[in-house]
Design a protein around this ligand. Structure first.
Ligand SMILES: C[S@@+](CC[C@H](N)C(=O)[O-])C[C@H]1O[C@@H](n2cnc3c(N)ncnc32)[C@H](O)[C@@H]1O
Length: 323
């Protein structure tokens, strides 16, 4: 059961004979056998409880919507919802599955609305999405016409959430691998577009991150970098001495001019800041599908322009650059 549940043979076929073929040995032959995660059995139960259904429609361009509400009876919808809840917390979405609305912590669709108009058109491109979470944006990239989308994500739960959707989306285009960027072959210049969204600030060494991203792009390819920034001149960077927004793994928050310099120094050209948006408590919030604390608990109760630690509240920038 488990080996067929996580069948990556379509990806193996897609990359054979292409510049991405060196990925082949890293693709799990049997994800279930290769994990020792303590919660895996619970998550697997959720996946196995998903009813066998074939969607009569799939929408990926304007949303991620699989099937229509009318396709299921109420008891079938309840069973689907219970199975999906075994994969809690759902952070990236929203996702619509046979009328079950997964109201995720993040309105990831809002980020995509800001990013998509700024991109070299994705049609026909091979895309890498580094730190893709459950693959929400990967599906939207496929919806925008990408030829192949590979997401890499170290958190097993999110990879399994991708597999929950894959059960109903038998797409040969979108593949999420349980890997970090660092685990990929260092030199793999086979992608036309590389996304790193929400990852840079988690890295201890931003230049190493930019260099590894660069080495995944073909010459002339596009990098899309989305990360937390601060206001300020070139040269300014916040290194939180302790936590930032209650996260203990945040290292560098540059100003936009600093980030532009970093990208130029890392070897990119045509570096442009295409969006700067404060994150609101409407975009990131607690929901029935993500019941833990969220952004509003990480902002200062006295001043919402500050985090609980006294740093500037989160603002995220999108930059595009060419190799
Ligand atoms: C803030 S989330 C962003 C998810 C998604 N890209 C988005 O923009 O909504 C960052 C994700 O990057 C993943 N991540 C962290 N370090 C990573 C690394 N070294 N390589 C790949 N993914 C990483 C985390 O597990 C997490 O799911």
């Amino acid at each position: 059961m488990a080996t067929t549940l996580f069948d990556y043979s379509g990806l193996q076929r897609s990359i054979a004979g292409t510049p991405l073929a060196p990925l082949s040995p890293l693709i799990p032959a049997d994800l279930a056998a290769e994990t020792s995660h303590g919660d895996f059995a619970k998550w697997l139960k959720g996946l196995q409880a998903l009813p066998d259904l074939v969607p009569d429609s799939v929408e990926l361009l304007d949303a991620v919507r699989i099937g229509k509400p009318g396709q299921l009876s109420q008891p079938q919808q309840d069973a689907l919802q219970q199975a999906l809840m075994l994969l809690h917390p759902w952070r990236k979405g929203p996702l619509e599955i046979f009328g079950v609305h997964i109201d995720t912590e993040w309105r990831s669709d809002w980020k995509w609305q800001r990013v998509l108009p700024q991109l070299a058109p994705l049609a026909g491109r091979r895309v890498l999405d580094v730190g893709c979470g459950n693959g929400y944006h990967c599906w939207r990239m496929a919806g925008a016409g990408a030829e192949l989308v590979i997401g890499v994500e170290p958190m097993l739960l999110y990879v399994l959430q991708y597999w929950a959707l894959r059960k109903y989306l038998q797409s040969p285009l979108v593949h999420v691998l349980p890997l970090t960027l660092e685990q990929l072959p260092e030199s793999l210049p086979g992608f036309d577009t590389v996304f790193s969204m929400g990852v840079l600030y988690h890295r201890r060494s931003p230049f190493e991150h930019l260099d590894l991203l660069k080495k995944k792009l073909r010459k002339g390819g596009q990098l899309v970098l989305e990360t937390l920034v601060i206001e300020g001149e070139a040269g300014m960077t916040l290194v939180p001495p302790d936590r930032y927004c209650r996260m203990n793994n945040v290292w560098f928050l540059p100003s936009c001019p600093t980030l532009q310099l970093w990208l130029q120094k890392a070897g990119f050209r045509d570096v442009q800041v295409v969006d700067v948006t404060p994150t609101t408590i409407d975009e990131q919030r607690q929901t029935g599908w993500m019941t833990f604390d969220s952004l509003s608990q990480a902002l200062s109760p006295a001043n919402a322009a500050l985090t609980v630690e006294g740093h500037p509240a989160p603002v995220r920038a999108v930059l595009v650059a060419t190799l």
